[in-house]
Design a protein around this ligand. Structure first.
Ligand code: MG
Length: 569
């Protein structure tokens, strides 16, 4: 999801030139009736090359969501799991989960969808280690199909929070078409001509687009009375956010999930362009941007220094100057707005932080950080020089501006810090290898069914040579690692127990502040009403879904958005 943050700067001239090119491409590529076709963009940054739901970091836009479907959907706005391919799911004992499937669902080739398909899909993780959910089999014993439409999942050590996450993440594939696939095919095959249960079938693709056509026999129309409005969904590969902006304003794009510059004035000046909220923050929140501090290096290994950093950074300035208020400053806990019920106000009051340079200076003074050589910057308590570098990937202009504000805040309290913009590969290598000082990152803090996924990333353990799945600052604290495991083992229905554990985690987080939450990155959404109307919004009498075409988000509102759209004319 990181790639959505890219904003490649360009002049109006560049925009217009690219726009003309884009317009030509559209004119050449489409034989689809405009009134029946929905143009989307903001997810794909390279040509579509695979339709394999197992390659969930690479598949063409909509592979899971439009073509393949999941047992449940998750609605982050209501914080609610919605039965989908499954009619119902429940824990019948503490370690047995019973799933009842809907009857009457058909694969796009006409075959019946049954419990055997679900069993087969989950068991792919048992057969092949490389399947992203294979670790499930460390705590799942067996799956028993009971008749055609029910399954029992029997667990050795149920991880309830992770399980619920899988229920809306794992796309079910047809056993009859997949049973003879080799390991290589399952793990990395292109899976051309995908056959799912979903609302759309594969139509065609080219270098710059993915085209889906409506599945007229989609089960949800009969069983749930839901119908997707557009006959065609054409997802355009992004060239830059500025090109997407031009196409959106021209009505060549109906639905953009790009980070676009100047959203407040767009909304004001273009009456056919809409965001989720009509005024700030304009966008729903999608993830939390953190300033990671490398705890294996001085002075970031010092809790006082980290806390001073929290008070020194002006998140409000990032929100206004960099984002023009299309994002919100983060709560000190970093927990997203959809998890606000888990925020312990008491803990935040006692141990939270906010922008307060005087307080930052006071903490640094007390901890012995003083300018002993009169160069204008503080030295460490042992007299050693402090020279820190803050990094984000080159070209990610919003983050580049943000770390200049972080640097200014640190400089203002006497900390010598500079900014650097390595290319993305180099940036990623530095955070994985732990060779950075400070870096912004949000890769695993996405909105989900549970703060568990957020903490699993923030406190990824154990600490290894390369940390590629989170905890980039290498914060080592067994107590909090154990609490994250305890949270995972808490049934999702036991909100009180979840709150207790999450309160304990917040307390440790705010006591040690291993990373500084800065702002909630937005679920960037711009809808154009020239061809399609009834977009989701925060206003009354409009659909309430998270309108996102990003991979993993169709199940969190994108698909239901398609069932609410109406032709404008
Ligand atoms: Mg000095």
């Amino acid at each position: 999801m990181w790639s959505k943050n890219r904003l490649i700067g360009g002049t109006l001239l560049v925009v217009l030139t690219l726009l003309l090119t884009a317009g030509l491409a559209l004119a050449q590529g489409g034989n689809y009736e405009r009134s029946e076709t929905l143009y989307t963009t903001g997810n794909a940054w390279s040509p579509p090359t695979d339709w394999n739901p197992i390659t969930n970091w690479n598949y063409a836009t909509g592979t899971t969501g439009l073509c393949y479907e999941t047992p449940f959907l998750y609605d982050p706005l209501e914080d609610e799991m919605k039965p989908w391919l499954a009619k119902k799911g429940e824990w019948v004992t503490s370690d047995t989960y019973l799933m009842d499937l809907r009857k009457g669902i058909k694969w796009q080739d006409g075959e019946e969808f049954t419990a055997q398909d679900v069993k087969f899909t989950f068991e792919l993780g048992k057969r092949f280690d490389g399947v992203y959910y294979s670790t499930l089999w460390k705590w799942l014993d067996e799956i028993v199909a009971i008749g055609e439409y029910s399954l029992e999942f029997r667990f050795s050590d149920p991880l309830y929070q992770q399980w619920e996450n899988y229920l809306y993440s794992i796309a079910i594939v047809p056993k009859h078409r997949w049973k003879d696939k080799s390991q290589e095919d399952v793990l990395s095959g292109a899976n051309k001509n995908p056959i799912g249960t979903g609302a759309y079938r594969y139509e065609t693709h080219s270098q710059d687009r993915m085209v889906w056509v409506k599945n007229e026999d989609w089960w949800a129309t009969d069983l749930l009375g839901r119908e997707v409005a557009p006959k065609y969904v054409v997802d355009i590969v992004n060239r830059s956010n500025n090109v997407s902006l031009g196409m959106l304003l021209q009505g060549q794009i109906d639905w953009s999930n790009n980070f676009l510059p100047g959203v407040p004035s767009l909304v004001e000046n273009y009456s056919n362009v809409h965001t989720y909220y009509e005024e700030k923050p304009y966008m729903l929140s999608a993830n939390t941007a953190f300033l990671f501090l490398n705890l294996t290096k001085k002075p970031m290994d010092d809790t006082d220094f980290r806390k001073a950093t929290g008070f020194a950074v002006d998140s409000g300035k990032i929100v206004s100057n960099v984002y023009g208020h299309i994002v919100k400053a983060s709560n000190p806990t970093g927990l997203l707005p959809n998890w606000s019920k888990y925020v312990s106000e008491e803990t935040v009051d006692e141990k939270g932080f906010s922008y307060d340079p005087a307080k930052a200076k006071e903490i640094l003074d007390k901890a012995g950080y003083k300018d002993v050589n009169d160069d204008g910057f503080r030295e460490g308590p042992d007299g050693s020089t402090i020279e820190l570098t803050i990094i984000v990937p080159n070209g990610w202009t919003d983050w580049m501006q943000s770390i200049r504000i972080v640097r200014d805040g640190l400089n203002a309290v006497g900390i010598n810090a500079t900014v650097k913009f390595p290319d993305f590969g180099n940036y990623q290598d530095k955070i994985h290898a732990g060779t950075f000082d400070m870096a912004i990152n949000n890769f695993g803090s996405s909105v989900s069914n549970s703060p568990f996924t957020f903490y699993e990333w923030l406190f990824q353990s154990p600490i290894k040579d390369r940390m590629s799945n989170g905890n980039f600052g290498r914060y080592e604290n067994q107590e909090v690692f154990d609490l994250v495991t305890e949270l995972n083992k808490t049934p999702t229905s036991d909100t009180e127990a979840m709150k207790e554990t999450i309160t304990d985690i917040q307390d440790i987080f705010l006591t040690d502040l291993p990373a500084v939450p800065l702002w909630y990155n937005g679920m960037w959404f711009q809808g154009n009403t020239s061809h399609w109307k009834n977009w989701p919004s925060g206003a009354e009498d409009t659909p309430d879904h998270m309108p996102s075409t990003w991979s993993g988000y169709w199940q969190m509102g994108g698909l239901l958005t398609l069932t609410e759209l109406e032709p404008a004319k």
